[in-house]
Each structure stands twice: as C-alpha cells, then as structure tokens.
Design a protein around this ligand. Sequence first.
Ligand SMILES: *[C@@H]1O[C@H](CO)[C@@H](O)[C@H](O)[C@H]1NC(C)=O
Ligand SMILES: *[C@@H]1O[C@H](CO)[C@@H](O)[C@H](O)[C@H]1NC(C)=O
Ligand SMILES: *[C@@H]1O[C@H](CO)[C@@H](O)[C@H](O)[C@H]1NC(C)=O
Ligand SMILES: *[C@@H]1O[C@H](CO)[C@@H](O)[C@H](O)[C@H]1NC(C)=O
Ligand SMILES: *[C@@H]1O[C@H](CO)[C@@H](O)[C@H](O)[C@H]1NC(C)=O
Ligand SMILES: *[C@@H]1O[C@H](CO)[C@@H](O)[C@H](O)[C@H]1NC(C)=O
Ligand SMILES: *[C@@H]1O[C@H](CO)[C@@H](O)[C@H](O)[C@H]1NC(C)=O
Ligand SMILES: *[C@@H]1O[C@H](CO)[C@@H](O)[C@H](O)[C@H]1NC(C)=O
Length: 449
Amino acid sequence: MAATVSCIPTRSTAFIALLFSLFTSGSATDQVPLLMWSNGSLPPPLAPPTAGHITSSEQLSAYFTSAFGPGPHTLLLFLQDKLSKDDFTAFGDVFGNRQDSAFKHLEAAVQSSSSSVTFPALRWSDSSSVPALLQETLGVSPLLVDVDSLPHLDISASANNLLLISLPYCTSVKKPCKEVLQENDETIGNVLSIMTSKDVPYTAIYTGLQPSRVIKEPSTVNQPAGRVLLQTVENDVKPPIMFNNTGTPCIMLWAQNISVSFSPSKWIDLSAQTPLLDGSMCNATNSLLVLGYSAGISLRLSMSQRFYPVSARNWFTLDTVELRMNGSTASFVGNRSIYAPVEYSFHCQSVTSLRDALLVQDSLDFNVSDWNLNFVDFQIQGFGLSNKTNFSYASDCAGFFTAGIWMGLVSSLLMLLIFVYGLHMIMQVNTMDRFDDPKGPSISVPQTE
Ligand SMILES: *[C@@H]1O[C@H](CO)[C@@H](O)[C@H](O)[C@H]1NC(C)=O
Ligand SMILES: *[C@@H]1O[C@H](CO)[C@@H](O)[C@H](O)[C@H]1NC(C)=O
Ligand SMILES: *[C@@H]1O[C@H](CO)[C@@H](O)[C@H](O)[C@H]1NC(C)=O
Ligand SMILES: *[C@@H]1O[C@H](CO)[C@@H](O)[C@H](O)[C@H]1NC(C)=O
Ligand SMILES: *[C@@H]1O[C@H](CO)[C@@H](O)[C@H](O)[C@H]1NC(C)=O
Ligand SMILES: *[C@@H]1O[C@H](CO)[C@@H](O)[C@H](O)[C@H]1NC(C)=O
Ligand SMILES: *[C@@H]1O[C@H](CO)[C@@H](O)[C@H](O)[C@H]1NC(C)=O
Ligand SMILES: *[C@@H]1O[C@H](CO)[C@@H](O)[C@H](O)[C@H]1NC(C)=O
C-alpha cells in the first residue's frame, strides 16, 4: 500500500493519497482519524501503516515525541466534538470533482503544506487522550482560542504553544451536518490565515474528541445477501414476517431486532414476539403492514410505489412508520431515504429514529416526542413478490460504502495515481530542454551522403 506520508511525487496527489489511506483502513468502530500537516518536516509514522492498522495511543505518543523534539513548537489542535473517516466520504471531495466539498480549506492547507501525516484509525478510548498526549509531549497546557481572540493573542515563537480550537459536530437536527462541517472548515481557514499573517511557523492537527459513528461492520458470515441461502440450512435464523394477500405473499419484513421505546432509554424488545398482521393490506400501488404486539403496541409500516419519469422506472418508498400504544400514535416519516426499485427489497443495517436517523418524527402530538423506534438489520419488500417466499435482490441504504465499492474505488484511485505518475514522468521528458537553448551552439549533424 502507498505510504501515508509525504513521499508522494506531486503536491496535488498528496490529498488523494491521504484520502486513499483513510479509505483503506478497516472498520470505523471506536476509531477517530487524525490529520497532521506542517510547513516544517514531519517524520514518517514509526510503524509503516498497513491496511486496517489501528494506531494505539502508545504509538501516537511515540510519534509525537519524535515529531516534537527539542526546539519551540507551535501546535494548532483543531478538535472537533466528533469525527469519523465516514465524514470525509460523506461530505468530502472523494472524487476530486465535487465542487461542494465540506473540507475545502482543510484540503487546501494539507495540499500547500510541505509535509503531512495521516493516522486513519486511532484507537479511541479516552475522550481526552489526544490533547493529553500533546500536553505531555510539549509540556504546556492547551490554550483554548477562537477566531475572534486569536488576532489579539501574543504568540511567542520561542516557546512551546498548544492552541486548542474547539469545533462543534452536528448534533442538532436543526442544522444539516454538512453546513456544520463547512462552518468548521471556514474556521480552520480563518485560523490558518491569521497564523500565517502572524508569521509563526506551526504544525496543525485535525481530529475528533470521539468517533461520530460507531458502526459495527457486519461480519462476513452474516452478510444480508447470504441470509436467504442460510435460511434453508440454518434453523436459528428466524423466518421473515410475511403477509399474504389472497394466498400469495405480498409483504415481507425481516429484522434482527425490533425495539421501541416510550421514554428515554427504556427499550422494549419486540423481536421475540410473533405479531398479528390484522389490518395489513396490499394492492398494486399501496402496501400496509400492521404488526400487532402485546400490551397494546402496534407498528404500521406503509409503503407506496409510483413511476418516476426521471429514472423511467417504478420505485417504492417506505412513507411512514406509525408506532401506536394504548390510543396514542407517533408517526415517523421515511425522510424519502428509504426507497428501492419496485422489483427489489430495501435493506439497511440500522433503521432508527435516533440520531442520524432514517426515520424522522412527524407527530403533532407533543406527548409522543420521546417515542423511538429501532430496527437492526432491517429488510423490507412490499411489492413485486409474486409467489416468491424470499426477498428479491436488496437495494442497500449503505450501498455506497460497501467493501466491494471501496475495493473498486481504491483500485481506480491506484490506477489514477500510476497514470498521473506516468504522465508526470512523460512531461519531465518533454521539458528537458537543455539542447534547445537558442544561445548555445546548435547541434550539427554530419551529412553522410
Ligand atoms: C507553506 O508555505 C508555502 C510557501 O511559503 C505557502 O504558500 C503555504 O501557504 C504554506 N502552507 C501552510 C499550510 O502554511
Ligand atoms: C403465505 O404464503 C406462503 C407461500 O404461499 C406460505 O408459505 C406461507 O405459509 C403463507 N403465510 C401465511 C401466514 O398464510
Ligand atoms: C434489541 O435492541 C434493544 C435496544 O437496542 C436491546 O435492549 C436488546 O437487547 C436487543 N435484542 C437483541 C436480541 O439483540
Ligand atoms: C390501494 O390502496 C390505497 C389505500 O387504501 C388506495 O388509496 C388506492 O386507491 C388503492 N389502489 C388501487 C389500485 O386499488
Ligand atoms: C397499555 O395499557 C394496558 C392496559 O391499561 C397496559 O397493561 C399496558 O402496559 C399499556 N402499554 C404500555 C406499553 O404501557
Ligand atoms: C431528512 O431529515 C433531515 C433531518 O431532519 C432534514 O434536514 C432533511 O431535510 C430531510 N430530508 C428530506 C429529503 O426530507
Ligand atoms: C398530552 O399531554 C397533555 C398535558 O401534558 C394532556 O392533557 C393530554 O391528555 C395528553 N394527550 C394524550 C393523547 O395523552
Ligand atoms: C402462485 O403459485 C400458485 C401455486 O404454486 C399458482 O396457482 C398461482 O397461479 C401462482 N400465482 C402467480 C401470481 O404466479
């Protein structure tokens, strides 16, 4: 694998390489990425990064010790409340052609720096570990600064400085994640330009106080695609919930865990019960699955399908999920993100009304605002089953991030790198113009005939 360090031929490819190294590491479970750049020279990481390597805090500490030897250092620590490498894939400039990357200033700063190092996966355990490690290494306490106070701050270039810039992460539903990250990026840009105007050499670090997403990657034996096959041989895989309309299956639902909560963090696990399906219905355009559980709890999932001229095909959407209990109803809308071609099923590892939700509360009744739903390993199909008793091909909500896609993407990036490098070499050959110097003696070729 390519090195994560600055030994990449051109600066323009440095950021690609950096992203590249971010993508090739393993699962995002309990890890935060760390980007570090400087106009001085940074040593390469002590252990050469291998795919999926998770850096421990001892390794990071050793690296900081080698990077910040004797002599004054000014360190800017951009510490975002939360960060995961998925944030770069979701909001960043993955293909180099997205004009609306949320990390424009960060990308520009890393590109224009003379060296940069990436730790794609830092084991995250203690939320204060990176600031604490830096404090220990530099022997100074972090100074919390903001963009407004920084211009008036006297920074002595002859002593160690640890400036901490705290950045928020998108926790409120009011502001889209991307906007928050863009504002953070603006802040990074402003801080860097203030530092440049102060003429203090610095090293900058961008990392998160904790992971923004703790995603358990599904283990390979439990891949959703394999479930249909496994179902016939393994008895411990429960059958899907199936609603038949006039004798033929028309709605199928499978979820490893269905749980609901009516007050914060008190979950009721419904997956062990076999629900009654009374009230379910389906016709050519609408499907309604009503799951009746004990204690007066019921779930109503309504789906519809229609023809979308833009894509020239029929799609189905999960429009609403209603949670009813003893006469009260909480309604959740699918936020238009739960959809699939009508011949397919929809699969998602997590369909929840909690943070980063696919389901969004849409109830008028204020009393139910605490109600929540959580489906784990969710698969649904409401159309196109026609006599089949297993799911059709699944359209996955996380399809963009599956291993296969990344493998393809990473190998294309590698090819691109090789191509760019080759092009670079060819350009060098063309510009070797020592013999074209018009002032020098021209080359004479003796005539033989
Ligand atoms: C590094 O130095 C170059 C040239 O002095 C400058 O253009 C660039 O903005 C600097 N980069 C950073 C990240 O300070
Ligand atoms: C629905 O139909 C399928 C296939 O015809 C059958 O296997 C299944 O038992 C039926 N389910 C119910 C609840 O009738
Ligand atoms: C289902 O999820 C709930 C809450 O998330 C949890 O309490 C319960 O143990 C889970 N059940 C299973 C079988 O995993
Ligand atoms: C299907 O059911 C929905 C809801 O009950 C109804 O509005 C719609 O007209 C029905 N469509 C057909 C083709 O019967
Ligand atoms: C709904 O009401 C019934 C009877 O009053 C009660 O037994 C049940 O626990 C209630 N359900 C919930 C989820 O509290
Ligand atoms: C999905 O939900 C988020 C958060 O509530 C909201 O900002 C966004 O506009 C919704 N998207 C759609 C397509 O409704
Ligand atoms: C909702 O709460 C209000 C006051 O808290 C109460 O008067 C009302 O009956 C509740 N509504 C339902 C449907 O429980
Ligand atoms: C479903 O299968 C049954 C028997 O296997 C058959 O009689 C029926 O015509 C089939 N229905 C459709 C829609 O293919």
